[in-house]
Ligand binder design. Structure first.
Ligand code: NAD
Length: 416
């Protein structure tokens, strides 16, 4: 069976929440579709002088609560529907954590491993040039996502500023500190994943420091979540990346595994750890499972094999709707992506605020403010979950977020 379309998964999640909210059908329909999607064809000169065409997208989902905000992904599987889904998840993510942004997302269909650094730079500058009419510090503010980071954000900002003949660091977030980035931004997604895990264990009256943990995906989000959850005293027994997984029942050393991956490019081959497949990792008998790779990692069948009691979604959309149904039925608590990985967009918001203030916050301030945002959002989720007797945490998060998006739309009114 083919993977569910992530855009249809998003729409199903909104419908699930809307069942508990009093929203007119026509308003709901509006909240299930992006306001606009731009498709671009980028022509880039390769190092050998030949030209290559790349397809890219930017989806602006909802601007009722503020400028569109969301990352840029470089991956061969990027598609119009994936970008639309990711932009919608961003809108509801900003809603649950209460930051004044709408949702956006962009992507280019490319495997960056196939291209040199200078080719990726030209590709990024071509994308920034095409997006220029749509983006801006008060319009749409991109950020990093899979296979993009500070380097691409710096090039994007430089291209925009050069074309606009201005300085506008707030046009993009996730920049290097010396280019107007924020302390704590690189760690932010992993940090909110850790905070969400900590809050969930506390809510369930469980001690996170006794927990065993498996992490699927060992990039920015997964490796930092693993390290920070390990710092809470938990034991990370398994991690994986696209090369496969590694397991040690006595616990891996999250930092050492990251250094190994930085040197060799993969987690497999690390020390004396046992090797396992990604599907075996997802079914491991652990207390906490953190999917931190891509969408649809756990489908309905795999959900039957999941042995973890708690799942905290660092990735966007790692569970199919069918997996959600199975896990709800099996009483597995899932802290949804729109809250668990919201650290990225929250510290992006802090970066944007600092860019506007032309004043830099300390890392301690960033981390403290982030902790307050995530714990408040978790409290809002729990209040909705208990008050409305909701089936799971995801529906609770969407109930809170959808209410906020709907309210700002209705307050503004429809025009023209
Ligand atoms: P990344 O490129 O840094 O890391 C992705 C990791 O996933 C890599 O280790 C890769 O090898 C691994 N991977 C890819 N396919 C896999 C597979 N089939 N099985 C196992 N591992 C696989 O990307 P990232 O920034 O860490 O993003 C990961 C997820 O987190 C994405 O869903 C992204 O949308 C989400 N996210 C990231 C941020 C952020 O600030 N970076 C913010 C919010 C959400």
């Amino acid at each position: 069976m083919s993977d569910p379309n992530p855009f249809e998964s998003l729409q199903e999640q909104i419908d699930d929440a809307a069942a508990y909210l009093d929203i007119d059908e026509d308003v709901l329909t509006r909240l299930k579709h992006p306001e606009r999607v731009l498709e671009v064809n980028l022509t880039v000169e390769l190092d050998d002088g030949s030209l290559r065409r790349f397809k890219g997208f930017r989806s602006q989902f909802n601007g009722d609560r503020g400028p569109y905000k969301g990352g840029i992904r470089y991956h061969p599987d990027v598609s119009r529907d994936e970008v639309k889904a990711l932009s919608g998840w961003m809108a509801y993510k900003c809603g649950i954590v209460g930051i004044p942004f709408g949702g956006g997302k962009g992507g280019i269909v490319v495997d960056p491993d196939d291209y040199s650094d200078s080719e990726i730079e030209r590709l990024t500058r071509a994308f920034a040039t095409e997006l220029r009419p749509l983006v801006g510090p008060d319009r749409d503010i991109p950020a990093p996502d899979v296979n993009t980071g500070q380097r691409e954000m710096n090039w994007f900002k430089d291209t925009y500023e050069t074309l606009e003949r201005t300085t506008a660091p707030g046009v993009i977030t996730g920049k290097a500190i010396s280019s107007g980035g924020s302390a704590g931004r690189v760690e932010a997604t992993g940090r909110s994943t850790m905070l969400a895990a900590r809050e969930a264990f506390e809510y369930l009256d469980r001690d996170v420091s006794d927990a065993t943990v498996a992490v699927q995906g060992y990039g920015n989000a997964g490796s930092i979540a693993a390290r920070l959850i390990e710092d809470l005293g938990a034991t990370v027994v398994a991690v994986s990346d696209s090369s496969g997984g590694i397991y040690d029942s006595d616990g891996l050393d999250a930092r050492a595994v990251k250094s190994f991956k930085n040197e060799t490019g993969t987690v497999t081959g690390y020390d004396d750890a046992e090797e396992l497949t990604n599907d075996e990792l997802l079914a491991l008998d652990v207390d906490l499972l953190v999917p931190a790779a891509l969408e649809n990692a756990i489908d309905g069948d795999l959900a039957e094999d999941v042995s973890a009691d708690v799942i905290v979604e660092a990735a966007n959309g790692p569970l199919t709707p069918r997996a959600d149904d199975v896990l709800t039925e099996r009483d597995v608590h899932v802290v949804p992506d729109i809250l668990a990985n919201a650290g990225g967009v929250t510290v992006s918001y802090f970066e944007w605020v600092q860019n506007r203030q032309r004043f830099s916050w300390t890392e301690a301030r960033v981390n403290d403010e982030l902790e307050a945002v995530i714990t408040d959002a978790f409290d809002d989720l729990v209040a909705a979950y208990e008050t409305n007797d909701l089936p799971n945490f995801r529906t609770a998060a969407y109930v809170v977020a959808t209410r906020r998006v709907v309210d700002s739309y209705l307050e503004g009114g429809n025009w023209p």
